[in-house]
Design a protein around this ligand. Sequence first.
Ligand code: ZN
Length: 150
Amino acid sequence: MSDLTELYQELILENSKHPQNFGAIDNPTCSASGHNPLCGDKVTVYLTLDGDTVTDIRFEGSGCAISVASASLMTECLKGKTRQELQTLFSAFHGMVTGEDIEVEGNVDLETLSILAGVKNFPIRVKCATLAWHAVQSALENKETPVSTE
Ligand code: ZN
């Protein structure tokens, strides 16, 4: 098990040094920023939606390895997901990092995100790991409903 833990730590560091989908989107459908004052993590997420589906998602920010790695892994997981799938994934992920048993509907693939499963042993890091997800939620909530002429 300890080998696995080391592997995961390496993957977290790797993801934080070379984050995926890092940078802004020029004309995002919505965006929002998040700040974790406990740790100093800052993140801004940008989403492009096609109807209910996330077609592109990127982020910018700085902070600890956990927060950057988590944002990077999140963007990898959310591309192509619907809003509903996104919520389910967030519930499952939140359960994983807080160590709570959460029942989620449908199939949830947590394989990519499981790199962060060790966070549940460090409760103070939960906010680092979930910061980008909360930013995505607030981006989606603030999204203006496209005007329909019908
Ligand atoms: Zn942090």
